[in-house]
Structures are given as structure tokens and as C-alpha cells.
Design a protein around this ligand. Structure first.
Ligand code: SF4
Length: 454
């Protein structure tokens, strides 16, 4: 049995010889199911009105669905080839497109802790940092050269979004300071809270200088040649040159946390809660999306898209929260922990992606309908080909990859970083896939139990 390709091969150094082709709101990508638009939503922060505009765009121009990406952005699919102008006009009437959209709309890749300021877990509310960094990015001519894949993470100190392998990480500390790093959190610097957005932009501009000096076309920090790594000493020099006080962050111990689970999130205000829901496989109908926008409009008027394919609605009246949650559950969204969809993700697959060898979403749905999450605790990611788009950033997961002779199953991430092949050529039927998945999960659980006993 030939082993599936290494799951880690996607993380090996990459040599780029061209700019990135990442889609945007203005640069549509021609997919097999029509054109695709990716609308950057910095920090996932969205007003209910803007959400309504996105639903209108999906109904009028697309396939009547919205997809959530692993960076908390939104995608429209099934767009006609000639609808770019109409889409731009719709989005341009809201804050969904910045004034500098023509040059900067694809570089606004900012994730932020989705529950920041809503529960008691964070050290500061980082949502003001999102708007500040977005404005700085859009005002920086140099930043237009960032790739559409370059990612900023603004973490309120709980360690959720800094676990997503960002290019520039800012992690709040309780002391009015924040730690900033690029490729390595052991080579980090400390800045004051109020300087965090400017410091993040300075780090990105430093990266662009290195790209230019190295003569590469690196899209991400991890793609820089080893001899051109960003160094904290030089970053400190640059920060100080911009009037930002900075020191080396010696002894910093980063916390980590998962993204928000589904349910009611209690916060400091006893009368107000946040509702957290997940969209199975990150795909919503416009009906589900509008219902969320309605719930948000009746609350604080805002929503937060999460990088874990979820949506948080802040400021809901605690007395009406159970009713709102029941309506969202009735619409097919995941509103309570413990369900099978919490741990299942999938790439686009067929029919949307030309590279796909299977309709992975249909196969995932069939397996969940038959066997839930197939009996295990590890996240499961379904991919239509070896590229494994959108795979989790978990310590370990089950990697299901469609191949020409069926699915290959491997354990990936953490100790399995190089992808430990478990099965190959599993037929794409719900029965066979569910049985193979359950066997992998049980093997993993047994291994974990054995390690604990030793
Ligand atoms: S993993 Fe492959 S099939 Fe899936 S979306 Fe990416 S390129 Fe397409």
C-alpha cells in the first residue's frame, strides 16, 4: 500500500516565483462552479446591515450561500463572470470595501479573538486594535505589496488566534503591554497596548523590506530564506525609529486556547450575553445568514465571524437568548457543544474546485448523518486533493484526502507532523468511511491511553 503523501509537505519551505493569486472582493477567481469572491472582514467584525448586504449579493449574484473561511472572512460562490462591477457597487455602499480597495482590499487579513470583551477570559478588548490596524494598513502604500495570504493576529491574551500560525502575532499581556512576534514567539518584543497596531504594521513593513532585499517573492514570513529572518533586535530599532517604545520580551510564555464553542457566552454584564454558533462545514444559506443578522440587529447590531467557521452575536438580551438560540438551532446552525459538526471541516472539493477528486462535503455530510463524528475526539479534515486547503491548526487531527483510488487516512499535526499514514484506498461510501474513521480514532485514543499509563 503506497502511503499517502506527507501531510507536512505543505509546511516545508516554499520558493515563490510569482505574486499570489488569492481572490478578493474585486479580483474574482474563476472556479468550476462559477466565479468566487472573498470579502475580507478584518477581525471578523461585521454590522448587521453589512451582513444584510452580503446576503443580498449572494442571492442576486451568487448561489444563495455564504462560506466562512479559516481566517474569518466571507466568500460568495457561483457568481457570474460579468458581475464584478455590480458586486463592487453593492459592497462599496458599506464599510465592506475600504476607500483604498483598489490597492489594499486583499491585504486586510486580520484575525482577532472573537470573544474579546465579551467574556472574562481576555486581558484586554482588542476590537479597537482591529479598526486601528485596518486603517493603518490601508494608509500604508508599502502594505499594498503584502500577499493576500499574509495574516495578522490580534489576541486578547487567551491564545486563540495566535494559534493559527499568523505572520504577525500580537498577544495582550495584563500589564498594559503586548508581546509581538513574527515567526517565533521566543524572539518577541514588548510594546504598550496603545502602540500594538502601529507595531504590527511596522513588523509587516520590515517583512516587505526583507522580501525585497532577498530578491524573493515570499508571500508569508515562513517563506523567507533562513538567512533573511526577521530579528527582534532590528524590529526594536525600527519600532523605536517610529517613536514606539519596545523591549525584548524575555521569558514570555504564550497561552493557547481553542476557538469559541457553540452556546451562550456570559460576560461581565448579567443582562447581556453573546450567542456563539457554528455553521456546518462553514457554509450558510442566505436564510440562515439573515436570521443571524436579524438576531444581531435586535441586540448590539454587530456580528463576529470566527476563523473556526462560527459566528458570535454580542449584546443579546439574556432573557431572550434561549429563544434566539432555539431559532438558530431550528435553522440548522450548531448551537450547543458536543455535536458531531464541532470537529469536522472540509475544503471546497467537487464541484467547486477543479483539482478535487471527490465531493468531500457531500461525503462528510453522509458520514456525519450515519455515524456522527465517527466516534473520536480528534478533529477530522476532509480534502479533495493533496493540497489540504483549510486544514485545522490543531495539535493533531485525522486527515482524510481523496485520491484516485479512494480516500487516504492519516494522522497529522503535532507529533504526527509528517503525516502518519493509516489507511489508503478507502471507498467513498458512508459505511466504509465511517468504519475507517472510527478505527483511526480508536487507535489514537488507545495510543493516548497507553502513553498516559507508561
Ligand atoms: S484541497 Fe484541493 S480539492 Fe480542496 S479546495 Fe484545495 S485545491 Fe481544491
Amino acid at each position: 500500500m503506497p502511503p499517502p503523501s506527507s501531510a507536512a509537505s505543505r509546511d516545508e519551505p516554499v520558493i515563490r516565483d510569482r505574486g499570489d493569486a488569492c481572490p478578493g472582493a474585486l479580483r474574482l477567481h474563476a472556479a468550476d462552479d462559477g466565479h468566487l469572491a472573498r470579502i475580507r472582514i478584518p477581525g471578523g467584525l461585521l454590522t448587521a446591515d453589512a451582513a444584510g448586504v452580503l446576503a443580498d449579493a449572494a442571492d442576486r449574484l451568487g448561489d444563495g450561500h455564504l462560506d466562512l473561511t479559516s481566517r474569518g472572512n466571507a466568500q460568495l460562490r457561483g457568481l457570474g463572470a460579468g458581475c464584478g462591477g455590480e458586486l463592487a457597487a453593492l459592497l462599496g455602499a458599506t464599510a465592506l470595501l475600504p476607500a483604498a480597495a483598489a490597492t489594499h482590499e486583499r491585504v486586510r487579513n486580520i484575525v482577532a479573538s472573537p470573544l474579546s470583551g465579551l467574556d472574562r477570559q481576555g486581558r484586554t478588548d482588542v476590537t479597537p486594535w482591529v479598526g486601528a490596524l485596518d486603517r493603518l494598513l490601508c494608509a500604508s502604500p508599502a502594505a499594498a505589496a503584502l500577499s493576500g495570504r499574509f495574516l495578522f493576529a490580534l489576541d486578547d491574551g487567551r491564545g486563540d488566534v495566535t494559534s493559527l500560525a499568523p505572520d504577525v502575532s500580537v498577544h495582550a499581556l495584563p500589564t498594559g503591554t503586548a508581546v509581538l512576534w513574527t515567526h517565533d514567539d521566543t524572539d518577541a518584543v514588548t510594546v504598550a497596548h496603545q502602540d500594538a497596531p502601529r507595531a504590527a504594521l511596522t513588523a509587516a513593513e520590515y517583512f516587505l523590506d526583507l522580501v525585497r532585499e532577498a530578491g524573493t517573492k515570499a508571500w508569508r514570513v515562513s517563506e523567507l530564506p533562513a538567512e533573511c529572518r526577521l530579528e527582534s533586535a532590528e524590529l526594536i530599532n525600527r519600532l523605536r525609529a517610529h517613536g514606539i517604545s519596545a523591549e525584548r520580551a524575555d521569558g514570555f510564555a504564550r497561552r493557547t486556547a481553542p476557538g469559541p464553542g457553540p452556546g451562550v457566552v456570559a460576560g461581565p454584564d448579567a443582562d447581556r450575553v453573546a450567542l456563539s454558533v457554528l455553521a456546518p462545514l462553514g457554509r450558510l444559506t442566505t436564510g440562515q445568514w439573515r436570521l443571524l443578522a436579524d438576531v444581531a440587529a435586535a441586540a448590539a447590531g454587530t456580528l463576529r465571524l470566527t476563523p473556526w467557521r462560527g459566528i458570535v452575536v454580542p449584546g443579546v438580551d439574556a432573557a431572550t437568548a434561549p429563544d434566539a438560540l432555539a431559532r438558530l438551532a431550528g435553522a440548522g446552525l450548531v448551537t450547543a457543544p458536543g455535536g458531531p459538526w464541532e470537529n469536522v471541516t472540509a475544503c471546497t472539493g467537487r464541484p467547486g474546485c477543479a483539482k478535487a477528486l471527490a465531493d468531500v462535503r457531500a461525503d462528510a455530510r453522509a458520514v456525519v448523518a450515519r455515524a456522527g463524528a465517527a466516534g473520536g475526539a480528534l478533529p477530522v479534515h476532509w480534502s479533495g486533493c493533496e493540497r489540504r486547503c483549510g486544514h485545522p491548526r490543531a495539535a493533531a487531527w485525522v486527515d482524510l484526502v481523496a485520491g484516485p483510488r479512494g480516500y487516504g487516512l492519516a494522522l497529522a499535526g503535532g507529533d504526527h507532523g509528517d503525516g502518519r499514514a493509516v489507511r489508503d484506498g478507502v471507498p467513498g461510501t458512508a459505511t466504509e468511511l465511517a468504519a475507517a474513521l472510527a478505527a483511526v480514532q480508536q487507535t489514537q485514543q488507545q495510543t493516548a491511553t497507553d502513553v498516559v499509563k507508561r
